[in-house]
Design a protein around this ligand. Sequence first.
Ligand SMILES: Cc1cc2nc3c(=O)[nH]c(=O)nc-3n(C[C@H](O)[C@H](O)[C@H](O)COP(=O)(O)OP(=O)(O)OC[C@H]3O[C@@H](n4cnc5c(N)ncnc54)[C@H](O)[C@@H]3O)c2cc1C
Length: 438
Amino acid sequence: MYDVIVVGGGVSGTALLWVLSHYSSAKRILFIERRKGVGMVNSNVTNNSQTLHKGDIESNYALDKALQVKWGADLLSAFVDEHLPHGKLVIPKQLIAVDHEIDELTTRFHAFKSHYPDIQLLDREGIAALEPKVMEGRDPNQKIASLYSPRGHAVNYHLLAEKFLELARQGGAEIDVLYNTSVQSIDRAAHGFNVKADGVIHSAKFVNVSAGSASLLFAHALGYEQDLALLPVAGSFYTNKRVGGLLQGKVYTMQNPKLPFAAVHGDPAVYNTDETRFGPTARPLPLLERDSWRTLAEFLDIGTITPRGIWSLLKIVCDPTIGKFAAWNMVFDLPWIGTHAFLRDARKIVPSLGIDDIMLDKGAGGVRGQPFSLVTGQIVKGRDRFIPKDAPIAFTLAPSPGASYCLGNAVELSRAIAERTSIQFDERRLLADLHPAM
Ligand SMILES: Cc1cc2nc3c(=O)[nH]c(=O)nc-3n(C[C@H](O)[C@H](O)[C@H](O)COP(=O)(O)OP(=O)(O)OC[C@H]3O[C@@H](n4cnc5c(N)ncnc54)[C@H](O)[C@@H]3O)c2cc1C
């Protein structure tokens, strides 16, 4: 019998492997992943925006949410600074605001400054000095300001997942790895749970399911989170592969708080700073994983295509802000017209961008599973992870916000494992190793 079984090898599952192997008394861990390696789905390098979100320039986070995000992000930036020299960039970040948005940006700056001492408020000249392309060709009558953070991180989350696993295998636990192995079912047992994978049953005291959106399927099968379904939303990226790098750092725009997804931003690719990426777009897709048609069946099983699910979706898109956003985003992936439509959004960042300067990065972009309530018919935020109180099991749909919180999530999961089993977790030592200031 295993102490812990970890299902899913993105950054969430592999971060937990690292934490458990180095900072817990777990001795035997089984790791099951259905792909041939780790970090191949949403954590893959071209499938996400590569940002390590710290909460300072994310205009949709209030201060309390931003500080929670910062806690996990500080852990991860300490980890990547020490262990991932070739899988990250340390680059500046800016949140730009125009015209009526500037008051909100200024208020945010004053409220956040004591918690994020590095941030600065930049005017037109300040922005032009750091990011000339953001000002080149911009309407001189448009008012503009930015919140600038000099030390942000771009992370190759695929390499990060590989690094977590590599280091986990050097820790105190023996880790059995099963690739190309799909978990079919999870059942309660006297000692914990049984996990059936490719017809073989494995037992553990605690099971962690970090299988992306598919985690909800396993939760449903065990009777949890029955009121939730998911809308898979694919995010695509445009790149400027043809004209060389445009931006020195990450440039975000102000976010509409009604929308669950980050507004379009532009930044240098973590693997090639000459390439500037713009995105992501947000288009509903009936697949849990973008490159895998077998996940169509999983999508059909997740509660979305039911009378209650369809009622909820209609209610969500009837909101004019969300409906308009969804319709506009549907256009972005279309040939020719999509690029023209997307250009309008990308020009909010680089106004001089021409139609020949960007192209759709085919094959890039992952799928975010947006939870919604089958009871209220509304988008649900903050329920992308569930740790039932009555059982030694946890389900992570995605750590919030995304990959940036994978270590914070792994620490919280390890606390839950220690509460529900005899496994001990030395959080104090982990924090001392990664985060001496805490
Ligand atoms: C367009 C886009 C942009 C994003 N930008 C950012 C960003 O800038 N910053 C950020 O922090 N986050 C971002 N995210 C979110 C981030 O990519 C995810 O939160 C993160 O990668 C999730 O990691 P994970 O390990 O939970 O899931 P994944 O990386 O998706 O891994 C899940 C794993 O589970 C496996 N699996 C599934 N089912 C089974 C099964 N039955 N049996 C065995 N294995 C199974 C899959 O094969 C996969 O390897 C973005 C996401 C998208 C889509």
